[in-house]
Write a protein that binds this ligand. Structure first.
Ligand code: ZN
Length: 429
């Protein structure tokens, strides 16, 4: 039984409690300004983007009467064309001063972007990195293009065609041509020695620092340990025109995934794997849970290979975090930079930075979308790098205020995450 006096005082106690709690909550939602200023100055290494090459050809598909355009399917909030945060990117990249996101001013902005693409030509991609404070970007693409030569852009080709000798399509065909393998070898041993290993060696020679697997878009990431003899039998059945069972097809891919990962490690290429949420409205998140990779990452034969869990497995980011215990496993937070606000991302980062700060890499996942010319790779590179800096500042401010780290250590961790961890991992000069 509560006395009537106590009942009357309850709202008052509530108010007092609110006042006591509120400063604590706010303490972690505002970054320390000095720390933020330091972080803003750090030249970043973007671990994963799809930064575009120079050239105005892509503008052929843009429409001046609809400069914002529309994504092909409903985008998440921060990628929508009406996200007011694009204004910040437009100001930084094109000097856009207005707060308008429609009407004649935005059509003028569209013209400005076209003019800069033309005038800056081959310099344009590096100029975008300059504005975003990015020193080096790892570009995931079949090949680098105009304006991406030199050390500002590092190459990360797709390794998926290599693990699909019978379904690798035109991409595998082109890779085979590059290593002078005219027709597909008739045995698995010949395929791996004539096509797979020489391709990895060629990529390394041509400047690649890592290879990327997009496999989770097609299948689950459970790459099992398959004996070579079993994989060879499945390969040779197909060479004779027999169609393998789905289980047989998976087993051959599983074998080749581990072969590629082992050889990549041997020739000095890091292995990037798409984990967690993906592009498209019907992406199967369960297939992309990084937990499925655990047997492969723990395979003693693959411990000489370094793996990066791209996108940090989000929404399985705690699983990815636990996996950073493995000496060969890293994670980046690319794409989380647009799935999440800086505030929400800071919570993921704080968990990770309290766990294995040496394993955390910044990535933007800035990609091109011809449907949305003013929310394209340039705008994403700028906005997502900025979001990463703000999220880092929030996470590190909280850790500083809770007495977990000193200010010098906070700055050191920020440098590690934004650049030093990547420089070490890829031996960048
Ligand atoms: Zn990507």
């Amino acid at each position: 039984m509560v006395s009537s006096n106590v009942k009357r005082l309850l709202p008052l106690w509530g108010a007092v409690l609110c006042l006591l709690i509120t400063p604590c909550l706010y303490a972690q939602s505002v970054a320390d300004p000095g720390l933020m200023a330091e972080i803003a100055r750090i030249k970043a290494v973007d671990n994963h983007c799809h930064c575009g090459p120079a050239g105005v050809e892509r503008a052929a598909k843009w429409r001046a009467d609809d400069p914002l355009g529309a994504p092909p399917y409903p985008a998440v909030v921060r990628l929508r064309v009406d996200n007011p945060e694009w204004l910040r990117a437009w100001r930084a990249l094109y000097g856009y001063q207005s707060g308008d996101m429609s009407g004649p001013r935005v059509r003028g902005l569209f013209e400005t972007k076209l003019r800069l693409l033309r005038e800056d030509g081959e310099h344009w991609p590096a100029l975008v990195l300059d504005r975003a404070g990015v020193e080096t970007a790892l570009v995931n693409a079949d090949e680098l293009g105009p304006g991406q030569a030199g050390t500002r852009f590092r190459w990360v080709p797709f390794a998926d065609p290599l693990i699909r000798p019978y379904n690798g399509g035109e991409r595998l065909h082109r890779l085979m041509q590059k290593v002078q393998a005219g027709t597909r070898p008739s045995t698995l041993a010949a395929y791996t020695t004539v096509v797979v290993t020489p391709t990895l060696e060629r990529w390394r020679r041509d400047g690649a620092v890592a290879v990327k697997f997009l496999a989770a878009y097609r299948r689950a990431l459970d790459f099992a340990a398959v004996p070579e003899a079993d994989a060879a039998r499945i390969y040779e059945q197909q060479a004779c025109g027999e169609k393998p069972s789905p289980a047989g097809e998976k087993a051959l891919e599983d074998y080749l995934f581990r072969y590629v990962a082992r050889e990549a490690g041997r020739v000095g290429l890091v292995v990037h794997i798409h984990t967690g949420n993906g592009n498209g409205p019907y992406f199967n998140n369960g297939n992309a849970n990084p937990e499925l990779l655990e047997p492969a990452l723990g395979d003693p034969a693959l411990q000489g290979t370094k793996f990066v869990l791209l996108h940090g497995g989000w929404p399985y980011h705690k699983v990815a975090m636990a996996m950073m215990d493995k000496p060969n496993t890293y994670a980046d937070f690319s794409a989380q930079t647009f799935y999440l606000s800086a505030r929400a991302l800071s919570e993921v980062l704080r968990d990770w930075l309290e766990w294995q700060p040496e394993k955390v890499l910044f990535g933007s996942d800035a990609y091109s979308d011809e449907n949305t010319p003013l929310a394209d790779w340039e705008e994403k590179e700028w906005l997502m790098t900025t979001t990463a800096r703000e999220a880092l500042a929030l996470a590190l401010t909280g850790m500083m205020r809770d007495g977990e780290i000193t200010r010098p250590r906070a700055i050191e961790i920020a440098r590690m995450v934004l650049r030093e961890n990547a420089i070490k991992l890829y031996h960048l000069k």
